[in-house]
Write a protein that binds this ligand. Structure first.
Ligand code: ZN
Length: 183
């Protein structure tokens, strides 16, 4: 296992559409090592989610710290070839951060409820409907697989700030959730 280098905004790999992982390759050392390295890298950089293109692998894999289920312990989640669909027209706004856009965060509105279909690290089907901040985190991570960054979706450039200034001027108890960067 190894911590990998995180690609930051401007690196073309973050703008590519990532390739699906062939199901019969999920169990291979190449993919399993990549997943382990992504988890290690996410923790090293203090993140709560990471997509494979962020570590220079243009494949449809996401890892997340899943701490959204009330009363349940946080656990790691690995999603391979995830497909998200909005199931609500309503949008929610959250402040997002990204390990590939270090030191900044911005306010983004996204559908507040999505359905997810994916495979996990063992190649088993995962299917669920999530809402609230969990829906935002999933959409943020899956956007990386299509070459999209949250900064593309800022609706108001005045609601985009360095973390230090966010903490000084914009933070409230409600919006201080940390985003992917979690700094
Ligand atoms: Zn990100």
């Amino acid at each position: 296992m190894a911590v990998r280098k995180v690609a930051v905004m401007g690196n073309p790999i973050l703008r590519e559409k990532a390739a699906p992982v062939p199901v019969n390759e999920i169990a291979t050392p190449k993919i399993q090592t990549l997943i382990q390295d992504m988890i290690e890298t996410m923790f090293e950089y203090d993140g709560r989610g990471l997509a494979a293109p962020q570590v220079h692998e243009s494949l449809r894999i996401v890892v997340l710290v899943w701490d959204f289920d009330a009363g349940k312990k946080p656990h790691l989640m690995c999603l391979i070839n995830p497909v998200l669909k909005p199931v609500s027209k309503e949008k929610s706004e959250f402040w997002e951060g990204c390990l590939s856009v270090p030191g900044l965060r911005g306010l983004v509105a996204r559908p507040n409820k999505v359905s997810l279909e994916a495979l996990n690290q063992k190649g088993e089907k995962v299917s669920m409907v999530v809402d609230g901040f969990a829906a935002t985190v999933l959409q943020h991570e899956c956007d990386h697989l299509d070459g999209v960054l949250y900064v593309d979706k800022l609706k108001d450039p005045t609601q985009f700030a360095f973390n230090k200034e966010f903490d000084r001027f914009l933070s409230t108890d409600e919006n201080d959730d940390g985003g992917e960067g979690g700094e």
